[in-house]
Design a protein around this ligand. Structure first.
Ligand code: NAD
Length: 499
């Protein structure tokens, strides 16, 4: 049994609290490692050391900080396969998907290589007579990143790269279910030249998080996870005077118009609904076909595609479509929601509850599940299932479909499949959701744009990565300067004596 560590002051440090969490291999159901859970004292010591280290890091010029990101990016690339394996081992996603997880994090690191350009201030010459104004962006100090289980590389990199490039120190508290990748990234950052103490990876549970939230040293909290925890963290952090951006859960709808290419729409629904076992905050979990003919055409195409899906452990090869869900509790919850959908009157077209895989009987697998005739009152519609379950809500008109999306409490991502530019344009303009795909099911913006949902999918201001991240991790100071005239005032007719 491996005993994992924290990463403090540039080295692996054993936990001293005596409390551990089990880290599972979700494909086999076995515990593969013990993760130390930090005590209040351990967390506070890590924060204090980060505050010391931050002073020198903030004084390091921005270009030198960006060079650490350049070397880090190269090292992440070199270690791509190792990182992906660590992700798949703890999360269960396939290796190609795990490489994508690393890649989408790396792309944010790449933007941070040009970070100094984002950190520049503004200048107005002669804002008044002889008066100049300039602003500068300064780091906040020590900030925290609290991340979810489902993207063990991408989301820690979304947090660390802009925060560190901006001159902050960071306490990263990764998910206790998928912690190894963060520890590996910390090793690579050290190798890239990051001074010790500037990134502390402190593992833990609610106690560790609450210690962060109540710390007077921590200036900002970047959180990603489920909506109730996002709202809790946002409230407690803000109440303690911290800057907070807390990204929450989702229920992403995809509209399919009668003029859409049905084969492409079905392919998109399969990938976006079942990829990573539906454990993506940008997964499509609700298909909204407009018109019964559209719905029937889709069902006809989805069923054979679902039958062909290969579910299995990541070790079974790159042709596996998706793996297990994260824990036995998640498995039980997803199965319970499928039961409820059946009881509440939805049509169960494909049922993944009894999925079994020889040799992996104790793994946390759910087969692909499809419901038709789902209504907004049903629990399978209201809850974020976070599993390989796709619900179809039939809609009579485009306006009804749009209203369904607008009325949903979440607003992370949404998509429309159509051949009509006018409808697509109207949808993108009116929908109250943060990220919109047009004939594109998972519209995660590229790293030089910015990522964030609306409504209950995000609390606080400013998005993740892109220019917003640099604004979040810095504060602006504005200077108004006037210099009174010296020697230039009046003439001097004698040789000045330089005494
Ligand atoms: P989670 O909310 O259970 O955990 C997220 C983090 O919060 C973890 O580090 C965990 O240790 C900590 N935490 C959990 N319970 C806590 C508590 N009571 N008090 C303080 N801290 C606590 O989320 P998860 O299950 O790891 O991740 C899945 C969720 O994340 C889904 O809802 C998914 O939609 C969401 N998500 C959102 C985005 C986004 O950008 N909006 C991205 C990825 C995942």
């Amino acid at each position: 049994m491996t005993e994992l560590t924290h990463w403090i002051n540039g080295q692996h440090v054993k936990g001293t609290s005596g409390k551990f969490a089990d880290v599972y291999n979700p494909a086999t159901g076995e515990v593969q490692a013990k993760l130390p859970l930090a005590s209040v004292e351990e967390m506070e010591a890590a924060i204090a050391a980060a505050a010391e280290a931050q002073k020198g890091w903030a004084a390091t010029n921005p270009q030198r900080r960006a060079r650490v990101m350049m070397r880090f990016g190269a090292l992440v690339n070199e270690n791509m396969d190792k990182l992906a394996e660590a992700i798949s081992r703890e999360h269960g996603k396939t290796l190609p998907d795990a490489r994508g997880d690393v890649q989408r994090g790396l792309e944010v690191v790449e933007v941070c290589m040009g970070g100094p350009a984002m950190l520049k201030g503004e200048f107005t010459d002669n804002g008044g007579p002889g008066i100049d104004l300039y602003s500068m962006r300064q780091p906040l100090g020590v900030v925290a990143g609290i991340t979810p289980f489902n993207f063990p590389a991408m989301i820690p990199m979304w947090k660390m790269a802009p925060a560190l490039t901006s001159g902050n120190a960071m306490i990263l508290k990764p998910s206790e279910r998928t912690p190894s990748c963060s520890l590996m990234l910390a090793e690579l950052l050290k190798e890239a030249g990051l001074p010790d103490g500037v990134l502390q990876v402190v593992n833990g549970d609610k106690l560790a998080v609450d210690t962060i939230l109540d710390s007077e040293t921590i200036q900002a909290v970047g959180f990603v996870g489920s909506t109730p925890i996002a709202q809790y963290i946002y409230g407690r952090a803000a109440n303690n005077g911290k800057r907070a951006q807390c990204f929450g859960g989702a229920k992403n709808h995809m509209l399919i118009m009668p003029d859409a290419d049905m084969d492409k729409a079905a392919d998109a629904l399969i990938g976006a609904g079942y990829g990573a076992a539906g454990e993506r905050c940008m997964a499509i979990s609700v298909a909204v076909p407009v018109g019964d003919k559209t719905a029937d055409a889709l069902i006809e195409r989805l069923v054979p595609r679902i039958e062909k899906l290969k579910v299995g452990p990541y070790t079974a090869g790159d042709d596996v479509d998706y793996g297990p869900v994260i824990t036995s509790q998640a498995l039980a919850r997803i199965k319970g929601l499928i039961d409820s959908g059946e009881k509440q009157g939805a049509t169960l077209v494909a049922d993944g509850r009894d999925f079994k895989l020889q040799g992996y009987e104790n793994g946390f697998f759910v087969g692909p599940t499809l419901f038709d005739n789902v209504t907004p009152e049903m629990d399978i519609y209201k809850e974020e299932i976070f599993g390989p379950v796709l619900s179809m809500v039939r809609s009579k008109t485009y306006d009804d479909a749009l209203k369904l999306v607008m009325d949903n409490e979440y607003g992370n991502g949404t998509a429309i499949f159509t051949a009509d530019g006018d409808t697509a344009r109207d949808f993108a303009s009116r929908v109250n959701v943060g990220m919109v795909g047009i004939n594109f099911p998972i519209p995660v913006p590229l790293s030089y744009f910015t990522f964030g949902g609306w409504k209950k999918s995000a609390f606080g201001d400013l998005n993740q990565y892109g220019p917003d991240a640099f604004r979040f991790y810095t504060k602006t100071k504005t200077v108004t300067a006037r210099w009174f005239s010296g020697i230039k005032e009046g003439g001097e007719f004698h040789f000045k004596q330089m005494d």
